[in-house]
Design a binder for this molecule. Structure first.
Ligand code: R7I
Ligand code: MG
Ligand code: MG
Length: 310
């Protein structure tokens, strides 16, 4: 039986890593912009596309009791806001869907195989939660939730790795078995190689430098350059506090909100909501509403929950 505390720990860890990590993302220009738009009128920390698209998956699932790509595409498009910092290709796609295009006709327009950004992986923890007890349905759900904006096989594989990690750590797990399972389920050597590296670092207590982490695991917006870093940090620092686990991710730079949110979701699924400091969680916008949505998902009540206006 999966505990509600760990379920909500995953969702709040995701939101926390995203909202706190957003201030460190990108170069000087992005940081300056976020200084201006990164707070609500009430002074709360705003979350970005990572959390928004995760909320969208939860809402869409609650209304349909399944992952339906058409319904989810509408939900993604409805929630799109420039100020949430979406990736350029994802932003363009969602605006086209809003104008009436069908996602199937446009998801390979910008890139011939679809985007390999980490936008599918960043929202995959929710799929890991929903399908934790129905693993045979998870790959199909990952595909359906990813392909709308991220048709590239490497983007979908990154999403699968994150969802599989979340669903695996929700219950008791051993680090060795987790990595073996992830390696066994990876189709691409780029992921398998990085998983081997992360596994060896953790199991042999190797302390890689920041440059080694960047070089061997990555810290960029490609799924293949961020997913395994998130898994590594969450497992390596699973016995530390959430802010201590996130600190080296933020220091690494690059795609800090996304690596932070993916790692936060895994850490939260291991440690639970009770291990996250409430005072830090309360600084994030709409956090009670997000927790409420998580509870609905846990008990799987089929009524969507509309966000509060703030
Ligand atoms: O993946 P995505 O939704 O978001 C990526 C990041 C996340 O960290 C978000 O939090 C946000 O900050 O942005 O965004 P996409 O626009 O799908 O992909 C991101 C970028 O990756 C694209 O705009 C391209 O620059 C690049 N990219 C590619 N470049 C060349 N060839 C994605 N796919 C390709 C490709 O196939
Ligand atoms: Mg983001
Ligand atoms: Mg990001």
């Amino acid at each position: 039986m999966i505990s509600l505390d760990r379920y909500l720990g995953c969702i709040s860890g995701l939101t926390y890593g995203d909202a706190y990590g957003a201030a460190y993302e990108g170069g000087l220009f992005e940081k300056l912009i976020w200084k201006i738009i990164g707070r609500t009128k009430k002074g709360k920390l705003r979350y970005t596309d990572d959390t928004q698209m995760s909320i969208d998956i939860a809402q869409s699932y609650l209304s349909k009791n399944e992952i339906d790509s058409d319904c989810l595409a509408e939900q993604f498009a409805k929630s799109y806001q420039y100020s949430r910092g979406y990736g350029p290709s994802a932003a363009w796609l969602l605006k086209q869907i809003k104008k009436g295009s069908h996602w199937k006709n446009i998801n390979k327009v910008k890139f011939s195989s679809g985007s390999w950004g980490n936008g599918a992986a960043m929202r995959a923890p929710v799929i890991g939660l929903i399908y934790a007890q129905r693993p045979h349905e998870m790959n199909q759900a990952i595909f359906k939730s990813s392909v709308i904006t991220h048709a590239h096989p490497l983007a979908i594989e990154g999403a699968k790795i994150i969802a599989l990690t979340v669903s695996s750590v929700l219950c008791e797990f051993s680090t060795e078995h987790l990595f073996e399972k992830l390696i066994l389920n990876s189709n691409h050597s780029i992921y398998r190689k990085k998983l081997e590296t992360a596994k060896n670092w953790i199991l042999h207590s190797v302390k890689p430098s920041q440059n080694e982490i960047k070089l061997h695991l990555g810290n960029q917006i490609q799924a293949s350059e961020s997913v395994i870093s998130a898994v590594y940090f969450a497992i390596q620092f699973k016995n530390h506090r959430l802010d201590q686990m996130l600190h080296p991710i933020f220091k690494l730079g690059g795609d800090t909100d996304t690596i932070g949110s993916m790692a936060g979701s895994i850490w939260g699924a291991i440690n639970g909501l009770n291990k996250i400091r409430r005072i830090e969680l309360d600084r994030i916008e709409k956090i009670d509403w997000i927790l409420n949505l998580g509870e609905k998902l846990y008990f799987n009540k089929q009524e969507p929950l509309n966000p509060p206006i703030e």
